[in-house]
Write a protein that binds this ligand. Structure first.
Ligand SMILES: [Zn+2]
Length: 684
């Protein structure tokens, strides 16, 4: 199941749902933990080791995780809270509210693995039959529209999105498909590791077909055919780096023109079968993908297409709703092989995640009542305003930007919407039917609900109150088309936000996260959108050039970092995130200095043992560094470095502070030391 939001930029990417560890630790999380530090390390040589060395040593990766850090620790705590909410709702009788019935029965049904196993392939059969009944390629639009309506993208992705050039309107969007391997490059790289991974993927597809009842030889043949077809689709897809440029993803096209350019697939029929509101024109994000798809359809037999559709179906279904043999096979490839995770998570954790994904705002509403107070919201907003004010002052004093562009930048800054904790208006799930005892049915109903909700937006004005994450999520995002920064309640707790700790550590921890999201509005991608969310160049040519040169400096610098084996960080893939990290920490620091001055805090006063004996500025930086304390399995790191727009954690700490003269001063580093290079990359 996937829902695609083209340009959402997250604080970090959870590639495959990353929830919880086997034994949830009982330790209390706090912002700035001196025990997490390695004070034998020199902060001027390796700041990450200094801030996180203790943590990395004390925190092994649990067997059911591919990486483990601060974010996971909060997720674990949240999981327990959500579990208790769900168990209560699942066990409740009679007097449940409609939402309690839905979340309780969704979770309770998911937990009944015996029933799922007993049902076996039976719940799947009607879907497989539907694919088998395909009589000619002319019927593809109807069949794919049906599969799309239950969250199964087959040949392409179809959704609604804001018009890049008119942010007030929702339009239909056709996009390339997310394939079975994580990214285009996985189908094309020629090195040994990549070749081996493709072989393993092919074996995985064959096993899944065998589990669906195919004879071994047929399954092997089908798997080879699917890899060939996906490789062809990858060939006409854009890479993750190419997709970072909005201009590459905006091609508004008349429906009639698209339709006549793809004789093999009738998009008018598809949209009719998908029950979309009237569509005259739509965004065909990657035109080359659709002409390539057309050719591919012409050259593929009906039988091969049916095989491919079966695979598309099976790989999109939530694995908790599938019999355990299929579930385990899926984990063996996506968990073990791809991420290096030795063991699958216990079922309750996966069912909590599945319920959150299906009914996030119904579950989130109860979560917020228990875990997020109006006072928490107030303090976060105060911090946010401080960081925004700091950005205003920062723009004013920028030496490289002309007054003309500054006026527009300040305008955009003032138009940023701050969304904190949870939505003002909760999603209405009244049309979503959840039935006790039908795990696959519930998953498909939830996906269908989400599809209907998404498609119904086409042709309607944009709802600016909408959220792209559920309240318990431990993450944050900026959306350039909404021009909003979003901080779910899930991340607004210790160690990131800790009302019991001093301002210095809160500005360093959550302040830098707020600054990060805000700076996304002004990174290499975000800067191409104006304050209303329209793709519009509001920069003078000279200022645009200045920005690009500075961004190029960042890209080159990060290209030089080696993350795992001999794999370098991809400076272009991670550019937006690195710019956001750099700007975010600087803005948080400026905001803190201002706050400290207003409060009369003595910046030379060393803290007690609970603050490692450091002065407030040093505490600020260590708290920031500790945001990124995390151990990673090499497979996980390799996967992320090839797909994730975020740099590995050590560079999110070191790569940032080495570009800040403020850090050099705080730790009295000598010019030329690793964390205090003579040449720096500075944008914001
Ligand atoms: Zn980000």
């Amino acid at each position: 199941m996937q829902s695609r939001t083209t340009l959402l930029v997250l604080l970090f990417a959870a590639l495959f749902p990353a929830w919880g560890q086997q034994q949830t630790s009982q330790k209390t999380l706090q912002a700035f933990d001196p025990k997490s530090m390695d004070t034998t390390a020199d902060p001027c040589v390796n700041f990450y080791q200094y801030a996180c060395g203790g943590y990395l040593k004390q925190t092994p990766i649990p067997a059911d995780e591919s990486s483990y850090g601060q974010f996971n620790e909060i997720s674990d705590e949240n999981l327990l809270v959500l579990k208790s909410i769900l168990e209560q709702a699942a066990g409740g009788k009679g007097s449940r509210t409609p939402n309690e019935q839905k979340i309780g029965d969704y979770y309770g049904t998911c937990m009944n693995v015996e029933a799922v196993n007993q049902a076996g392939l039976k719940p799947l059969q009607p879907l497989l039959d539907r694919i088998a009944a395909l009589k000619s390629k002319d019927e593809l639009p109807q069949l794919t529209a049906y599969l799309d309506s239950i969250g199964v993208n087959t040949l392409f992705a179809f959704s609604s999105d804001q018009d890049f050039k008119d942010a007030t309107q929702q339009i239909a969007v056709l996009d390339q498909l997310d394939l079975g391997l994580p990214e285009k490059g996985y189908y094309e790289r020629k090195d040994d590791k990549s070749v081996k991974l493709r072989e393993q993927y092919q074996v995985h597809i064959a096993r899944m077909f065998e589990l669906l009842g195919e004879p071994q030889a047929q399954a092997a043949k089908d798997a080879a055919q699917i890899l060939k077809l996906e490789t062809a689709l990858a060939g006409v897809s854009l890479s993750a780096v190419e997709r970072r440029d909005p201009a590459n993803l905006y091609h508004k096209t008349e429906l009639s023109k698209l339709d006549s350019s793809t004789p093999q697939f009738n998009f008018v029929s598809f949209l009719r079968a998908a029950h979309t509101p009237p569509v005259q024109s739509l965004n065909v994000t990657v035109p080359g993908y659709f002409s390539g798809l057309n050719q591919l359809l012409a050259g593929t037999s009906l039988d091969d297409l049916k095989t491919y559709l079966r695979w598309a179906l099976i790989r999109h279904l939530p694995t908790t709703a599938l019999p355990q043999a299929l579930d385990h096979e899926s984990f063996d490839f996506y968990g073990k092989v791809l991420e290096g995770q030795p063991e699958q998570k216990v079922r309750w954790k996966r069912c909590v995640s599945a319920t959150d994904e299906a009914l996030g705002e119904a579950l989130g509403q109860v979560y917020v009542e228990q875990r997020f107070s109006p006072k928490d919201k107030e303090r976060t907003l105060e911090l946010t305003h401080d960081v925004e004010a700091a950005m205003g002052r920062d723009i004013e004093q920028l030496s490289w930007m002309s007054p003309t562009t500054k006026v527009r930048a300040e305008e955009k800054l003032h138009e940023v919407a701050n969304k904190v904790g949870y939505p003002d208006k909760w999603r209405d799930y009244s049309t979503l039917i959840v039935t006790r005892g039908d795990a696959l049915g519930n998953a498909l109903q939830a996906a269908a609900f989400e599809e209907r909700r998404d498609i119904a937006k086409i042709g309607k004005p944009v709802d600016r109150g909408e959220w792209g994450m559920s309240p318990p999520t431990v993450n944050a995002y900026y959306n350039p088309q909404m021009n909003d920064i979003n901080f779910p309640a899930g991340i607004l707790q210790p160690p990131f936000f800790d009302p019991s700790r001093d301002d210095a550590v809160n500005y360093g921890a959550v302040g830098a996260i707020i600054g990060h999201e805000l700076t996304h509005g002004f990174d290499d991608e975000g800067r191409q959108f104006d304050g209303k969310g329209n793709l519009e160049d509001w920069w003078t040519p000279a200022d645009g050039k200045q920005f690009d040169e500075r961004a190029e400096c960042v890209a080159k610098e990060y290209d030089g970092f080696v993350g795992v084996d001999d794999l370098h960080v991809n400076g272009k893939l991670t550019l937006g995130e690195n710019i956001a990290d750099l700007g975010g920490l600087k803005l948080a620091f400026l905001a803190y200095l201002d706050r400290a001055q207003k409060k009369g805090i003595d910046l030379n006063q060393k803290g007690g043992a609970e603050y490692g004996g450091l002065n407030p500025e040093q505490q600020f930086f260590v708290a920031y560094g500790q945001n990124w304390c995390q151990n990673n399995r090499p497979e996980n790191l390799r996967l992320r470095m090839q797909t994730d727009p975020h740099s590995p954690e050590q560079f999110r700490a070191n790569g940032v502070v080495l570009n800040l003269p403020e850090f050099q001063r705080a730790f009295s580093c000598k010019a030329g030391q690793p964390m205090a290079p003579v040449n720096r990359c500075i944008i914001w």
